[in-house]
Design a protein around this ligand. Structure first.
Ligand code: NDP
Length: 462
């Protein structure tokens, strides 16, 4: 009989926390999971899920325009922000209910309170002041939006958190950052009719992606009417006498906008968590340091998901949780595999990607082959929309393995999921070539690019 109150205490009810609590409880372990806000975490409550609903909402404007080319006459259309928010909130509440139900059915105890470490095996439940003990503790508290506290006027800005609950849609918005969130929200706000400007400090948006995707998306966004200011950043934000905000930029002078949104990355949410009390080590970003099995430096304390700052993606946190369960409760040591993670940016057009960019592969291998197709998707023919899809396969010439696949265009995220399987399986370009095309689709280009568009040998394009 264990001398602890629980076999497992999980702090944080997001993707990683809920998965570990639910699986451990279903294996018969005595489990409690504490959450201070809402179950579901960033992804469900104020991230991936409501974001995708907003993406759908913002696309109707173009669907209505495109319909004309297909013979439809669409009557006058209007958009109601408050209706969208209410519908979104209902759906999020439904999903949160499912998360709770899953925990409940598995037999995990739900603790609606902030919880903090007070020792290696002890947790303080803030709401009741009670200290409980657990043989194992999982910290899965995620991260929070970087508030950019050094920016004068940062308190006047919003982050993605507030973007999901704005009382009204602003007439104009300036979004700072060039990553996933900045790019996705720039397209959402623009699609909903907001005059949108993106300001990014680097040479091109989405710094970690393939250059064709970055350039292609930049051009497509500008063609829609989104203003993109690269090589620039915000120096200060102040209230304007007219009621909006006055933004001082480094290179583009003063901008007057109604709202400023900061999308400058996310920080691990470790402050005040009692890590010092338990002796848990963190790095210079405040992230919990873990080994290959999500173990912290303190025996019995584990951390997974965004709080460890490994790869900030929901499926990664879930995978890390499942590996934790395999290792600790199924006697099957399993280390999370962070290689070849397929991902999508829900911009408009979307980006779907897996593996190395052309530049990364050119540095890694002596010779690579680049297969590239740029074309107008079929749907755009009758709609008359001037949009292009780009598809790229990066192949290591030495063994013909496809080491990177990148798509810009409709359904790129859906395609990236399937490409993820092929790259994970180690498919070669020859495997792609002998795969029959699905016709007529855009994806068929992936198996019909027979000759390389160019090669890169020892860093030189040939
Ligand atoms: P990202 O890391 O994607 O982007 C952060 C951006 O902010 C970068 O462009 C970065 O520039 C810039 N930046 C950082 N600090 C500063 C600064 N002090 N001044 C000016 N610019 C700065 O973070 P996001 O906030 O967009 O998203 C957070 C995480 O959430 C992502 O890492 C992603 O993993 C996840 N996410 C995933 C989504 C998906 O899967 N579709 C959707 C949304 C989020 P630089 O590039 O020069 O460093």
């Amino acid at each position: 009989m264990s001398s602890f109150d629980y076999d497992l205490f999980v702090i944080g009810g997001g993707s990683g926390g809920v998965r570990s609590a639910r699986l451990a409880a279903s294996l018969g372990k005595k489990v409690a999971i504490a959450e201070e806000y809402r179950f579901g975490g960033t992804c469900v409550i104020r991230g991936c899920v409501p974001k995708k609903l907003f993406v759908y909402a913002s696309q109707f404007h173009e669907h209505f325009e495109d319909a004309a080319g297909y013979g439809w006459t669409v009557g006058e259309s209007t958009f109601d922000w408050t209706k969208l928010i209410a519908a979104k909130d209902l759906e999020i509440a439904r999903l949160e209910g499912l998360y709770r139900k899953g925990l409940d059915n598995a037999g995990a105890e739900i603790v609606e309170s902030r919880a903090e470490l007070v020792g290696p095996n002890s947790v303080l439940i803030r709401k009741t002041g009670k200290v409980v003990t657990a043989e194992k503790i999982v910290i899965a508290v995620g991260g929070g939006a970087n508030p950019h506290a050094a920016l004068p006027g940062h308190e006047l800005c919003i982050t993605s958190n507030e973007a999901f609950h704005l009382e009204k849609l602003p007439r104009s918005i300036l979004i700072a950052g060039g990553g996933y969130i900045a790019v996705e929200f720039a397209n959402i706000f623009h699609g909903l009719g907001v005059e949108t400007t993106l300001i990014y400090r680097g040479a091109e948006i989405l710094s970690r992606f393939d250059h064709d995707m970055r350039r292609g998306l930049h051009e497509a966004m500008e063609a829609k009417g989104i203003r993109i200011l690269c090589h620039d950043h915000i120096q200060s934000v102040a209230k304007a006498t007219s009621g909006g905000l006055e933004v001082e930029t480094m290179n583009n002078g003063q901008l007057a906008v109604e709202q400023v949104m900061l999308a400058l990355g996310r920080d691990p949410y470790t402050k005040g968590l009692g890590l010092e009390a338990a002796g848990v080590a963190t790095n210079e970003r405040g992230a919990i340091v873990v080994d290959a099995y999500s173990r912290t430096n303190v025996a019995g304390i584990f951390a997974l998901g965004d709080v460890t700052d490994r790869v900030q993606l929901t499926p990664v946190a879930i995978h890390e949780a499942m590996c934790f369960i395999e290792t600790e409760y199924r006697n099957n040591p399993t280390s999370p595999d962070h290689e070849l993670i397929a991902t999508a940016v829900f911009s408009q057009p979307e980006i779907g990607t897996v593996g190395m960019s052309e530049d990364e592969a050119a540095k890694r291998f002596d010779e690579i082959e680049v297969y590239r197709a740029q074309f107008r998707p079929m749907k755009a023919t009758l709609s008359g929309r001037a949009e292009k899809m780009i598809m790229k396969l990066i192949v290591n010439a030495a063994d013909r393995k496809v080491v990177g696949a990148h798509i810009l265009g409709h359904d790129a995220g859906e395609m990236a999921q399937l490409l993820g399987i092929t790259l994970k399986a180690g498919c070669t370009k020859d495997d792609f070539d002998r795969t029959m095309a699905v016709h007529p689709t855009a994806a068929e280009e992936l198996v019909t690019m027979y000759s390389p568009s160019y090669r890169i040998k020892n860093g030189e394009r040939i």
